[in-house]
Design a protein around this ligand. Structure first.
Ligand code: ADP
Length: 460
């Protein structure tokens, strides 16, 4: 390109020189004019022709300057100001302006791209972008995690990476018909996760829309993981059903006995027994309501513990004194094996409740004349592990993972007979959790169970 223009210029000068010499020669030899006169006469002719030729040669420069002025759109130059100087200078200035414009645009685009990348990275929702052929342009980190994708996905179709026909169809429909859609997606491959997927089209650019039909430039699919939401909804529904059922049983009994009394049994001998049953069932009702209130209190955001340093041996001693009478009724002996300087950090009332619930269960599900041991060890600098062991009926292996759930009971009849609500272990689990600890149980059916929980150790 550079060479071509140089040749053009060179040709131009050679042509002028030749023209000058030819005109001069022609004047000297044809009209026999002196050399000086011939030179003076041929000079303006050559000058005029040179001017015309230069106009032709430099026309592309002028065109370029005009184009540049239009490209920079007066953004760089102040309004009304025009490029001055010869064509080359104006061209150089125009290119200079264009360069500044270009840099600014690139900076803007880079900043926009950075913002977008950060937003996409920070999103908990999975995002998938496809082009107008339905091929993937990009996906974000969240989508990779949600679907455990490790392979390269660019240029693949959504069907290839997330094996779902409905998703593929929704994306194609959005690109073709410009219609956004939303649907629920359940994938057996990703552990039964449920997603709500919203698909929206990317509008064609102005230029594109002039050229082509109503087709979109591509589509964006956003995946919200609603599995947890569904799970919570199910827990809530189950909980309401359980509570209603639990309250209904004692209520039905109370109602039945009260009606029998009213129908005449009041004057009979059995009346006293009936009233006793009513009393027992109302106690049960009150206990269920109390336990439910305790649970809801622990779960509230505002729930506060009065944390203080406590001597674990002293705390256990107090609880054992309180529960001794109940144990004696079943001739159960309770011993504690706790090294005396063991200090924990916790809320006295709630730690007592944890121990009472566990020891009470050990008595309830323990044998007549059995044995209970409360032990504690310092696990590490920050954790103390407490255990309550009994040699009672034990828990079947398949029930063990569920006993901390609300209202879960291995033997419902036995639990009710013992005055249980099915909420004791759930309360223990939550109280330990708010203290920053963990709860678990080990058991051998027919041989006994051990319940463990950890507490933060007190460090001076
Ligand atoms: P409940 O009021 O029924 O005792 P919990 O939440 O305290 O409710 O316990 C749930 C279930 O776990 C009990 O119904 C019982 O089947 C079982 N369980 C709890 N502690 C023991 C234990 N020490 N030995 C055997 N089974 C137990």
């Amino acid at each position: 390109m550079k060479l071509q223009f140089e040749w053009k210029l060179m040709g131009f000068f050679i042509f002028l020189l030749l023209l000058f010499l030819v005109t001069q020669g022609y004047l000297i030899y044809s009209f026999e004019k002196p050399f000086l006169f011939a030179s003076l006469l041929s000079f303006p002719i050559v000058l005029f022709l040179a001017f015309l030729l230069l106009k032709i040669v430099t026309q592309p420069f002028r065109d370029l300057v005009d184009k540049l002025r239009r490209l920079t759109g007066g953004q760089v130059k102040k309004e009304g100001q025009v490029y001055s100087g010869d064509e080359l200078t104006r061209l150089a200035r125009g290119i200079g302006d264009l360069e500044i414009n270009f840099r600014n645009r690139i900076e803007e685009i880079t900043t926009e791209k950075d913002y977008l990348q950060t937003i996409l990275k920070g999103m908990a929702e999975g995002v998938l972008v496809v082009n107008n052929r339905g091929h993937i342009i990009m996906i974000n980190e969240a989508l990779r995690k949600l679907f455990s994708l490790s392979m390269e996905v660019v240029d693949k179709t959504p069907l290839e990476i997330i094996r779902n026909v409905e998703l593929e169809a929704a994306i194609r429909k959005t690109i073709r018909d410009r219609k956004s859609s939303s649907f629920e997606l359940t994938l057996p491959t990703s552990l039964g996760k449920i997603f709500e997927v919203n698909v929206v089209g990317i509008l064609p650019s102005l230029e594109g829309s002039r050229k082509t039909s109503k087709e979109m430039r591509g589509a964006v699919a956003v995946f919200h993981d609603i599995g947890r939401l569904k799970e919570l909804e199910k827990i809530r529904q189950d909980f309401v059903a359980n509570v209603s059922h639990e309250l209904r049983t004692p209520l039905t009994t109370i109602k039945g006995y009260a009606e029998t009394l009213l129908e005449g049994a009041l004057k009979e001998e059995v009346a006293f027994q009936f009233v006793q049953v009513i009393k027992r069932q109302s106690d049960r009702l009150a206990k269920i309501v109390d336990d439910l209130l305790t649970l809801s209190k622990i779960e509230m955001k505002e729930f506060q513990l009065k944390m203080e340093p406590l001597s674990l041996p002293e705390l256990v001693e107090d609880v054992l004194n309180f529960i001794q009478e109940t144990a004696e009724k079943k001739k159960i002996s309770i011993s504690s094996e706790i090294p005396s300087p063991l200090m924990v950090k916790g809320d006295r009332d709630y730690l007592e409740q944890i121990l009472i619930n566990l020891i009470d269960n050990a008595i309830k599900y323990g044998r007549e004349g059995g044995k209970i041991t409360v032990s504690a060890i310092q696990k590490n600098q920050s954790e103390i592990e407490v255990s309550v062991q009994d040699n009672g009926i034990g828990i079947p292996r398949e029930d063990l993972p569920r006993i901390f759930e609300r209202f879960y009971r291995v033997d419902k009849g036995r639990s009710q007979e013992m005055g249980g609500t099915g909420l004791g272990l759930s309360i223990v689990k939550h109280l330990v959790q708010v203290h920053g600890g963990r709860t678990w149980a080990e058991s051998q059916l027919g041989e006994g169970s051990t319940f463990y929980f950890t507490l933060p150790a007190y460090r001076k």
